[in-house]
Design a protein around this ligand. Structure first.
Ligand code: NAD
Length: 287
């Protein structure tokens, strides 16, 4: 396998295709139902990285016709104050989707907040109801990043049934739901994490490797099987540049397909967020 033959999984291009489809659906909802899908983003404090990510989300929402509103709350807001704000949004019938920008300040109990989100507006699938539905393969919200990875594999017609897949990272928002999505499609899944004794033992035998650890250069060429598919979810800043968790240049020489960072898994996450907002809008109309 030479570098020229490696397929670059272009999440930026594929997400634009999805934006177009969503824009058409939104226009249909505007015309036929006289509704505008609405997203509410709860942002506590002023973390600059979160602020710029939210700006990006809003920009894309505007492009496809979704109305997004940021509820920016002071970082010293009390737990009760935040729960009260969340309750207002939970009960506002004009809002279809809720995102809670993490991390929340240390004095807030994330678990209490997550359990309070209205599950039918829980686009990040934080609520145990949605994660439970995912376990049994039901039709609930799926966390946007693993949902985006599946959508990217589907766009490139990379099947997962019967494949050996290793996921590196076992967070509730990426690694665990990724494993469930793959299991629901009959992949054979290994999940590695910080305490895994020998991550390479798993990655070396895998047809697909998905890494979401937040560690630059964690996955090197010697850890990858010739012809594997490598999906890099990691986002790290190194010397002012955004990089993933994979040694891209060297792994690319061995892989059959690989995602770049940026421009791979990241844009697909935002595309899924838009898709799920529209899905929620339609669900609410059908009630
Ligand atoms: P997290 O910190 O919650 O979890 C990190 C996971 O990686 C844990 O399971 C940990 O055990 C594992 N890990 C850490 N170091 C490891 C090592 N040396 N070997 C094996 N496993 C190791 O992070 P997260 O929220 O799941 O995010 C992971 C990465 O994905 C971050 O870089 C984050 O920025 C990125 N991310 C990207 C998107 C996107 O849209 N592309 C979305 C969410 C997260």
């Amino acid at each position: 396998m030479t570098c020229e033959e490696t397929l670059i999984l272009d999440g930026a291009a594929k997400s634009k295709e999805i934006y177009k489809e969503i824009k058409t659906e939104v226009e249909k909802l505007n015309k036929e139902e006289e509704v505008v899908p609405r997203l509410s983003i709860i942002f506590v404090g002023d973390n600059p990285a979160s602020a710029s990510y939210i700006k990006l989300q809003q920009k894309v929402c505007t492009k496809v016709g979704i109305d997004s509103k940021v509820v920016n709350l002071p970082k010293n807001i009390s737990q009760e104050g935040l729960l009260a704000e969340l309750d207002k949004i939970n009960n506002d019938d004009s809002i279809n989707g809720i995102l809670i920008q993490l991390p929340l300040p240390a004095h807030i109990d994330d678990d209490k907040i997550i359990r309070k989100i209205n599950p039918s507006k829980d686009l990040d699938s934080f609520h145990p109801y949605n994660i439970g539905e995912l376990v049994i393969g039901g039709d609930a919200y799926i966390p946007c990043t693993p949902e985006g990875v599946m959508a990217l594999l589907d766009k490139y017609k990379i099947g997962v049934k019967g494949k050996d897949v290793t996921i590196i990272g076992h967070s509730n928002i990426v690694g665990k739901p990724m494993a469930l999505l793959l299991l629901n499609r009959n992949a054979t899944v290994s999940v590695c994490h910080i305490d895994t004794k020998d991550t390479a033992k798993y990655t070396k035998k895998s047809d697909i490797v998905i890494v979401a650890a937040g560690v630059p250069n964690l996955i090197t060429a010697d850890m990858i099987k010739e012809g594997a598919v490598v999906i890099d979810v990691g986002i790290n800043e190194v010397d002012g540049k955004i990089v993933g968790d994979v040694d891209f240049e060297n792994v690319k020489k061995k892989a059959a397909a690989i995602t770049p960072v940026p421009g791979g898994a990241g844009p697909m996450t935002i595309a899924m967020l838009l898709k799920d907002t529209v899905k929620s809008c339609k669900n609410m109309l059908n009630k």
